[in-house]
Design a binder for this molecule. Structure first.
Ligand SMILES: N[C@@H](CCC(=O)N[C@@H](CS)C(=O)NCC(=O)O)C(=O)O
Length: 130
């Protein structure tokens, strides 16, 4: 216990993480490169938010999560075609066939489904900024 406390207050172990944390920000080029290949797509299991992607948002109007995503789409002025799963039975059938459920919002990115409004918004914001 005492030796753990001594190690904790010696200052030596803390120095290395601080230096490591500073390193990525040291170069503007490295920072630009990392934002270009953000890795968001890999993390979310969909294509990266780069280039021109084929986007389709499945939603219905009474869904608050869909409304949140639709607000962001409008704010970012992105051309995202939408399909309403309440008014278009074909859309609901298609969504269920492709995702195994009827959860909305669902953004298809080059045919890959992305569920969860927060993830969709994160992806769209990165896409708009790319
Ligand atoms: N955590 C999800 C919640 C989405 C959600 O609950 N959507 C509802 C409509 S508001 C839904 O699709 N329910 C039908 C279903 O899950 O089959 C998100 O943030 O997108």
């Amino acid at each position: 216990m005492l030796s753990r406390l001594r190690r904790l207050f010696s200052g030596a172990p803390a120095a290395a993480p601080r230096a490591a944390a500073r390193a990525p920000a040291a170069s503007a080029a490295a920072s630009a490169a990392s934002s270009a290949s953000s890795g968001i797509g890999r993390r979310l299991g969909v294509p990266e938010p780069e280039g021109a992607r084929d986007l389709v948002l499945y939603k219905f109007d009474a869904c608050p999560f869909c409304a949140r995503v639709q607000r962001v789409v409008a704010q970012l002025d992105l051309p995202v075609p939408m399909r309403d799963t309440r008014t278009d039975p074909g859309a609901r059938t298609e969504l269920t066939r492709r995702t195994g459920g009827a959860q909305v919002p669902c953004l298809f990115i080059d045919g890959q489904p992305l569920l969860e409004s927060r993830d969709i918004i994160t992806w769209l914001e990165a896409y708009a900024a790319a």
